[in-house]
Design a protein around this ligand. Structure first.
Ligand SMILES: Cc1cc2nc3c(=O)[nH]c(=O)nc-3n(C[C@H](O)[C@H](O)[C@H](O)COP(=O)(O)O)c2cc1C
Length: 340
């Protein structure tokens, strides 16, 4: 069975990649991932705020109004909350590079061009085999237009592309009105690889204490559906390599991702839950499924459910929407009591 694929300019033996997470913060875990067959390592992100030097960090927090109210000081990050500062991040990258033989991808999360460019150069110099730009910009001000945000993101991609020659991926949020158009623009700006979609963690509210509750819940397969839809819409229309992240728990999920056109499938929650060895389990289950269904390669399966295969993708999607709504039936059991 030929499970090979190509992502971020690398020929990979199979498409199952551990996604950005604290797993890369621990060398032993990184080695165990490689032993389990990981074809590349994606480091957790370094955040733009971490790139601000110690002294200017004070200015930055003041600018953000951290000291203007006690409430503000509870939700802004403070330096000690960051796991690795810029120097430690570069050192960890070098340690990982020395420990494994697979490509190591660094991850940058920011929202202004400045810090990204110089740090992207440092990452490349430190030996990163590629960079994943983790784009995240929450538009909370009424005068910020979606087009402004998209332009800023594209400027960042262009600037980083110009600054380094190593492969570049952009990891997108799902908050775009027209994701296919934005992906096309991002690719034009220089990101040859696109990750769909980051999973952002929304804080809940503690109504007794009037505070925010920050709790990270691992994903479930339900989260895969919007990723499948948009990958199906992008693949075949935009010339780039695609990775799906978010909700991949089992081999069926991986197969769905490939069928909609993904070149790689990033996995985090399932590995955090079951450990690095789970990667090998998923890979074996995927291969078995492909054998049972007489596929000979990942390439053969890739894109078989892409919307590019549909004569009228918009009509098809609207048809799905209408059928799902109109096909709903009152559950036979349990809820009867509520309905009578
Ligand atoms: C504990 C934890 C830490 C994460 N850290 C990062 C990060 O630093 N950068 C990033 O781009 N994504 C980060 N992610 C998001 C994952 O890379 C991934 O996109 C997300 O968890 C969805 O994949 P999953 O459903 O397989 O978990 C993190 C996820 C978890 C659970």
């Amino acid at each position: 069975m030929d499970m090979s694929t190509n992502y971020m300019g690398f020929d990979l033996p199979h498409p199952l990649v551990p996604g950005a997470s604290p797993m890369a913060g621990d060398l032993d875990t990184v080695r165990r991932l490689e032993d389990a067959g990981a074809p590349m390592i994606i480091m957790h992100s370094i955040f733009e705020e971490q790139l601000v030097k110690e002294e200017s960090y004070v200015d930055w927090t003041l600018m953000q109004g951290q000291d203007s109210s006690s409430e503000a000081s509870s939700y802004l990050v403070t330096p000690y909350e960051f796991r690795l500062g810029p120097d430690a991040y570069l050192k960890q990258l070098q340690k990982i590079k020395a420990a494994v033989r697979i490509p190591v991808i660094a991850s940058l999360n920011g929202h202004t061009p400045g810090g990204w460019i110089s740090y992207a150069k440092l990452l490349a110099q430190a030996g990163a085999d590629g960079i994943e730009l983790n784009l995240y910009d929450l538009a909370l001000a009424p005068n910020r237009e979606s087009s402004d945000i998209e332009k800023e993101s594209l400027t960042v991609i262009q600037a980083v592309r110009k600054a380094v020659s190593i492969p570049l991926a952009v990891k997108l949020s799902s908050f775009y009105t027209a994701p296919v158009h934005f992906v096309a623009q991002a690719v034009k700006a220089g990101a040859g690889n696109v990750v769909i979609f980051n999973r952002f963690y929304q804080a809940d509210i503690d109504i007794e204490n009037l505070t925010v509750k920050r709790e990270l819940k691992l994903s479930t397969s339900d989260e895969l559906l919007p990723r499948l839809r948009w990958t199906a819409a992008i693949s075949g229309q935009v010339d780039c390599r695609l990775a799906i992240t978010g909700g991949v728990q089992n081999a069926d999920d991986v197969i769905k991702c490939i069928m909609v056109g993904a070149d790689a499938v990033q996995i985090v929650s399932a590995l955090l839950e079951h450990g690095p060895k789970h990667l090998a389990v998923l890979r074996a289950a995927m291969e078995q499924w492909m054998q049972d269904h007489e596929y000979v390669s990942v390439k053969q399966m890739k894109g078989s459910m892409s919307l590019a295969r549909s004569p009228d993708p918009e009509l098809f999607e609207r048809g799905n929407y209408i059928r799902i709504l109109q096909g709903w039936n009152k559950p036979v059991s349990r809820t009867d009591a509520h309905w009578s």
